[in-house]
Design a protein around this ligand. Structure first.
Ligand code: UDP
Length: 238
C-alpha cells in the first residue's frame, strides 16, 4: 500500500490526523502530550505516543479477529498508522465493569466495587460543554446518531468489552472501564475508531489492584511511564 502523508486536518489532545494521497485513508500520529480534566491539567508522558500507537493497533487486530470492524489499516512507524477515513460520531462511549472515576463520584459508590453487569453510558464529545452525559433519546432527538446507529454502537461496545475483558484477564489485568469512539464510513457502516490505550482505559493489576493507566497521571501517583511500559510489556508477551 502506497499511502503518503499530506496536510494536517486535525490536531487533538493526543493525536494528529493527516489527509493522504487517497481520500479513503488518513494517517494518525500519536503524541506524548497528556491532558486531563478537559485540558486543565497538561503534561508529557515520554514514550506514550509510541505505546498507544502500537497497543491500539494490537487491540484493533484482536477486534478484527473477533469480527469487529475497525478503522485500522496499517502501522507505518512507531507513532504513525494508516486508518480508514471516517466521520467520528461525537460521543464518548463508555463501558464499565467496576465502579471508578466519575461513576463512583456521581453515584457515591466506592472505587473497585464490581458492577452486577457491565454498564454503557454516553457523553457528548464537546469540550466547551465539558462532555456532558447524554442519553439515547437525546442522541436521537439531536441527530447525533440514528436509532440504528445507536444499536450498532451498543452491540459493538459490549462485544469490545467481552473481547478485551477476556484478553486482559489472561495477562493478569482487570479491565475496570474504557472509552471508545465510533466512526461512520461513507457507506454508513459504523466501525470502531480512535484508540484503545492506557489513556482511554482503566487497567488494574489483578493481584495488587495497582493502577496501570492514565489515572497515575491524573492523580499524580508517580511511575506514569513505568505503568504504560508494564501494560505494553504484558500485551506484547501475550
Ligand atoms: N475516558 C476517556 N476520555 C475522556 C473521559 C473518559 O478516555 O474524555 C475514559 C477513562 O480513561 C476511563 C473511562 O473513560 O477509562 C471512564 O472515565 P470516567 O467517566 O470515570 O471519567 P474520569 O474519571 O476520567 O473523569
Amino acid at each position: 500500500m502506497n499511502i503518503t502523508k499530506q496536510n494536517q486536518i486535525y490536531e487533538g489532545k493526543a493525536k494528529k490526523v493527516f489527509a493522504t494521497n487517497n481520500p479513503a485513508y488518513y494517517i494518525v500520529e500519536y503524541k506524548d502530550d497528556a491532558t486531563a480534566f478537559n485540558g486543565l491539567k497538561k503534561g508529557t508522558i515520554t514514550g506514550k505516543g509510541v505505546i498507544n500507537n502500537r497497543m491500539s493497533n494490537i487491540m484493533f487486530r484482536l477486534m478484527e479477529k473477533n469480527g469487529i470492524h475497525t478503522h485500522f489499516v496499517e502501522e507505518l512507524s512507531d507513532r504513525e498508522t494508516v486508518v480508514r477515513a471516517v466521520k467520528i460520531v461525537p460521543l464518548e462511549i463508555i463501558i464499565r465493569n467496576v465502579a471508578a472515576g466519575s461513576f463512583s463520584k456521581r453515584y457515591g459508590v466506592e472505587e473497585g466495587r464490581e458492577l452486577l453487569s457491565p454498564t454503557l453510558e454516553f457523553s457528548l464529545k464537546d469540550d466547551a460543554l465539558n462532555d456532558p452525559l447524554i442519553n439515547d433519546s437525546h442522541i436521537i432527538a439531536l441527530g447525533v446518531a440514528s436509532e440504528q446507529e445507536l444499536e450498532s454502537i451498543r452491540n459493538m461496545a459490549f462485544k469490545v468489552n467481552d473481547v478485551m475483558k477476556e484478553f486482559f484477564a489472561g495477562i493478569g489485568i482487570k479491565l475496570i472501564d474504557f472509552k471508545i469512539e465510533a466512526g461512520r464510513l461513507p457507506n454508513g457502516e459504523i466501525i470502531l475508531a480512535d484508540e484503545i490505550s492506557p489513556d482511554t482505559c482503566r487497567f488494574w493489576d489483578a493481584k495488587t489492584n495497582e493502577k496501570l493507566d492514565k489515572d497515575r497521571f491524573r492523580r499524580d501517583l508517580g511511575n506514569v511511564e513505568e505503568a504504560y511500559h508494564e501494560i505494553f510489556k504484558r500485551i506484547s508477551n501475550a
